[in-house]
Write a protein that binds this ligand. Structure first.
Ligand SMILES: Cc1cc2nc3c(=O)[nH]c(=O)nc-3n(C[C@H](O)[C@H](O)[C@H](O)COP(=O)(O)OP(=O)(O)OC[C@H]3O[C@@H](n4cnc5c(N)ncnc54)[C@H](O)[C@@H]3O)c2cc1C
Length: 432
C-alpha cells in the first residue's frame, strides 16, 4: 500500500488550497487537489478586490499573466437612506501608477489560472471530485473519500481548504457548525456593460477601476454592506448581512439585492446592463475569538474553512493564500521528520501566530460584536446625517440661523450620551 499513499491531499481548489498545493509541489511532495466544481473557481464567489502586494508574495510576476480586470484607483464609502446618498471618496493618481495597490478580478478565470500555476510545478488538480468524508486510522486522518470504496485516497496529510462553514473541519472534530452570528450571507451579481459606459458612469480614466462600499439602506440597515466593483466589461454588485440579523429580521438577501439595485442612486449605474451571473455565499465573520482548532493528527485547516477573513478591510483571498503557504511550510517540515502528528503540525499554528493573519484578526476581534450590539449605527445615523445634509444644502430664502437651528434640532435626535458611547466604543474596538 505504501506506494499508494500520497504525500498530501488538498480538498478545495480555492486560493487557500491552490497556494498550499503549489508550495507543497515546489518542495517536491506528491500532492493532489480534489475540487467539487467542474473547474476550479466554478463554484467560488467573492466581491472581487485582489491586493497586489500579498498576491505578488505568493506568485511573483502574477500581474503579467493572471486574468485581472482593472487596477483600483479609488475607494468610495457611501451611505444610503431611502431616497438619498451621502459619503466620501478617496481617489489617488498614485494608485493609478504601477505598482498598483489592488485589482478587480473575477473568480472563475482567476482560480482556473491559479490552479494551472500549481499544475505547472507538479501538483495534480482533479475537478468534479466531491470529498464526502475523511479516512481515519488509529485516531489519525489518513486520507479522504468521495463516497465509495473506489473513491478512497490515502495521504500522509490532508489540507482542509473547502471554504466557509467547512464540512470537513467539522468531520475532523476541529469545529462545530457555525452559528448565525459567525457568518454573513451575501448575494452577488455580475452585470455586463460596455467598458466605455463603465468609465463614463464612474468617471474613470480608460482601463482604471473603482470600488464602492455602501452601507445603510443597501442592507435595510442590517449589519452588513453592499458593494459595486468595476470590471473591464461588467460590474460586480452585491449585498448581504450577518446571518443572525437576516434570520431575526426575516429579510432575505435576494430581495435585499433587488432592492439595492433599484435604489434611485444605484439604478442609473446599472441601467441597460445584463445580469450574466448570480451567486450567494457565506463569509466567515467569527474572527479571532471564534477561530477553530487548526490542526490535528494528519490534517490542517486553511483559508475560509479556518475563518481567516478580515471583513473590515475586505481581505479574504490574501489571508487564504498566506494560510495555505504557512500550512505548506509546516507540512514540509513535518515531511522532513516523517511525523504528521498533531504535535508536529502545531508548527502551523506557531507560524500563523507570527503572521499578519493572527495579528490583524486579533486587532479587529471585537468589531462584529461592537457593531452587532449597536443596530442603530447603520439604521438611525444614516437617516440623521441625510436630514442634516438636506437642511444644510437647502436654500429656501430663510436666514441661515433658521436652517442651522433645524440642523441642531435634527442632531439632537441622538442623545449626547449615546453618541459619546458609540464614539468611545468604536475607538476602543479599533484600537484593539
Ligand atoms: C460576496 C463575497 C465577497 C468577497 N469579496 C472579497 C474581496 O473583494 N476580496 C477578498 O480578498 N476576499 C473577498 N471575499 C472572501 C474570499 O472570497 C474568501 O476569503 C476566499 O475565497 C477564501 O478562499 P478559500 O480557498 O479558503 O475558500 P474558497 O474560495 O471558498 O474555496 C473553497 C473550494 O473548496 C471547494 N470545495 C468545497 N467543499 C468541497 C468538497 N467537499 N470536496 C471538494 N471540493 C470542495 C469549493 O468548490 C471551492 O472551490 C469575499 C467573499 C464573498 C462571499
Amino acid at each position: 500500500m505504501a506506494e499508494d499513499v500520497l504525500d498530501a491531499i488538498v480538498v478545495g481548489a480555492g486560493p487557500a488550497g491552490i497556494t498550499a498545493a503549489r508550495e507543497l509541489a515546489i518542495a517536491g511532495l506528491a500532492t493532489v487537489v480534489l475540487e467539487r466544481a467542474q473547474t476550479p473557481g466554478g463554484k467560488n464567489v467573492w466581491g472581487g478586490i485582489l491586493y497586489r502586494t500579498p498576491t505578488e508574495a505568493m506568485i511573483p510576476g502574477f500581474e503579467d499573466e493572471a486574468p485581472l480586470e482593472r487596477p483600483i484607483i479609488e475607494q468610495r464609502y457611501l451611505v444610503l437612506t431611502e431616497d438619498a446618498m451621502l459619503g466620501g471618496t478617496y481617489r489617488s493618481m498614485r494608485f493609478a501608477e504601477k505598482p498598483y495597490n489592488a485589482y478587480s478580478a473575477l473568480r472563475a478565470p482567476f482560480d482556473q489560472w491559479y490552479a494551472g500555476k500549481a499544475e505547472e510545478v507538479g501538483a495534480e488538480v482533479y475537478p468534479e471530485f466531491t470529498v464526502t468524508d475523511l479516512l481515519w486510522e488509529d485516531g489519525a486522518i489518513v486520507g479522504v473519500t468521495t463516497g465509495d470504496a473506489e473513491g478512497e485516497l490515502r495521504s500522509k496529510v490532508v489540507v482542509i481548504a473547502d471554504g466557509a462553514n467547512s464540512l470537513l473541519a467539522q468531520r475532523a472534530g476541529l469545529h462545530r457548525e457555525w452559528e448565525p452570528i459567525e457568518q454573513a450571507l451575501i448575494a452577488k451579481e455580475v452585470v455586463a456593460l460596455p467598458s466605455a459606459t463603465i468609465e463614463e458612469r464612474f468617471n474613470l480614466p480608460a482601463g482604471m477601476g473603482t470600488a464602492l462600499e455602501i452601507f445603510g439602506e443597501s442592507t435595510w440597515g442590517l449589519l452588513g454592506y453592499g458593494f459595486i466593483y468595476t470590471n473591464k466589461e461588467s460590474l460586480s454588485i452585491g449585498t448581504g448581512a450577518l446571518l443572525e440579523d437576516l434570520i431575526t429580521s426575516g429579510r432575505n438577501v435576494n430581495d435585499m439585492l433587488d432592492r439595492f439595485k433599484a435604489h434611485p442612486a444605484i439604478a442609473p449605474l446599472l441601467a441597460g446592463g445584463e445580469t450574466v451571473e448570480y451567486s450567494a455565499h457565506l463569509i466567515p465573520e467569527g474572527g479571532y475569538t471564534r477561530l477553530p482548532q487548526l490542526f490535528t493528527d494528519g490534517a490542517v485547516v486553511v483559508g475560509d474553512a479556518a475563518g481567516f477573513v478580515n471583513p473590515l478591510n475586505r481581505e479574504g483571498v490574501n489571508l487564504a493564500m498566506l494560510s495555505g503557504k504557512l500550512a505548506a511550510q509546516a507540512i514540509v517540515e513535518a515531511h522532513q521528520r516523517d511525523d504528521f502528528s498533531a504535535a508536529a503540525l502545531s508548527r502551523y499554528r506557531e507560524l500563523l501566530d507570527k503572521s499578519i493573519i493572527i495579528d490583524d484578526l486579533y486587532k479587529i476581534r471585537d468589531v462584529t460584536d461592537f457593531a452587532h450590539g449597536r443596530p442603530h449605527l447603520l439604521r438611525d445615523y444614516p437617516e440623521l446625517m441625510s436630514k442634516a445634509a438636506h437642511a444644510y444644502l437647502t436654500v429656501d430664502g430663510r436666514p441661515k440661523v433658521a436652517s442651522h437651528g433645524d440642523i441642531a434640532k435634527i442632531l439632537r435626535g441622538v442623545s449626547k450620551r449615546q453618541l459619546l458611547g458609540d464614539v468611545i466604543g468604536a475607538l476602543r474596538t479599533i484600537r484593539g
